[in-house]
Ligand binder design. Structure first.
Ligand code: KG4
Ligand code: ZN
Length: 337
């Protein structure tokens, strides 16, 4: 089964052709990161406009690179939730149009499910069940993936997502957008023990996370230093901050793995590109003899290849949509469309 997949949930317009959920035939990503960088973050209205301008060309290129005609596509997969509503609507309406024109089925895909599926493209041996750390700009979840379309949230952030925490602290430090990427680079040059930061925890809920207090601690360090006319060592602050976030994520994931008796652990989402997180996951999984899978860097961020992978497994379960499909800005990962 060959699926043409469309992704437009945030600031990447992407299309891909995926075969049987596992093989990338083509994948095209048009990123708006430079334009949003001018404003220090994603401007939703600009994102929607750029998706509208670019989506036809991106989809045509994905088909062209695959050497296919539209009529050869077996189904259309599209990210329908969660994300920026105006951005999602561009992809959803485009995919609805393709489905209507060709008579081929339409498969709505949950964005976080697709981030997890990025691992199926890179690791042919990976199959559920497994435990997954899903960390993106908008979400931080510890999820039990019992089957390709069966999910249970075991732990989540109570406030900021990990990516958001990286981005907000980076912005306060004057680093460019997207902050997480630049903070990671600075952290590589710093000492993770240089600054004492609070360990984020949620009383009574050992698998839940909270990052907003940690971010405030960084803002206070910056503010106090400025008032005293002192220099802040940015690489040291980045390394210390990254270290606390990564430990908060990995400690909880390891606890969940132990409690649930999981043998396989997976990471997914934009923040899974973080070098500190990848190193810590590797170390802690090795220590416990857990199999670890992380996406290759090119599949960590938003792309349509992962959407095509998840769409295949949703289609196998008969999870199709008709033309009444609507985009949703929020939606839990364990809910079906
Ligand atoms: O999954 P994603 O591409 O988009 C969403 O679904 O949100 O995740 C984007 C997030 C941003 O917050 C970005 O700063 C963060 O992932 N990110 C990183 C790194 N690369 C991307 N955070 C920390 N270290 C990185 N290397
Ligand atoms: Zn994403």
């Amino acid at each position: 089964m060959r699926i043409l997949a469309i992704e437009s949930s945030c600031d990447e317009t992407a299309a891909a052709v995926i075969e049987d959920g596992r093989k990338i035939i083509s994948s095209v990503i048009n990123t708006q990161v430079a334009e949003h960088g001018l404003y220090g973050g994603v401007v939703p209205e600009i994102a929607s406009r750029r998706h509208t301008e670019n989506i036809v060309g991106v989809a045509e290129k994905a088909l062209g690179d695959a050497g296919m005609e539209l009529s050869e596509v077996d189904a259309f997969g599209v990210t329908a939730a969660p994300g920026l509503i105006g951005a999602l609507l561009v992809g959803v309406n485009f995919a609805k149009g393709l489905s209507l024109a060709t008579g081929k089925p339409l498969v709505p895909v949950h964005h976080l499910r697709s981030h997890i599926a990025a691992n199926y493209l890179a690791h042919p041996e990976l199959e559920p069940p497994f435990l997954c750390l899903v960390v993106s700009g908008g979400h931080s979840h510890i999820v039990e993936v019992s089957d390709y379309t069966k999910f249970k949230i075991l732990g989540k952030t109570r406030d900021d997502a990990a990516g958001e925490a990286f981005d907000k602290a980076a912005r306060a430090m004057g680093l460019p957008y997207p902050g997480g990427v630049f903070l990671d680079k600075e952290a590589a040059k710093g000492d993770p023990k240089a600054y004492k930061l609070p360990k984020p925890k949620v009383e009574g809920c050992p698998l839940d996370m909270s990052f907003s207090g940690l971010k405030t601690a960084v803002v206070n360090i910056l503010h106090n230093a400025k008032q005293r006319g002192e220099e802040v060592n940015i690489p040291d602050l980045c390394a210390s901050y990254q270290n606390v976030i990564c430990h908060a994520l990995v400690d909880r994931l390891m606890l969940a793995a132990e409690e649930g008796g999981y043998k396989t652990v997976v990471a997914a989402g934009g923040v899974s590109a973080n070098s500190g997180l990848r190193a810590l996951l590797e170390r802690e999984c090795k220590r416990r003899h857990l199999r670890l899978f992380v996406p290759p860097l090119e599949l960590c961020g938003d792309n349509a290849a992962m959407v095509g992978s998840q769409a295949y497994y949703e289609a196998k379960e008969g999870h199709f949509a008709d033309l009444s499909l609507n985009a949703r800005p929020t939606m839990p990962i364990d809910e079906d469309f």
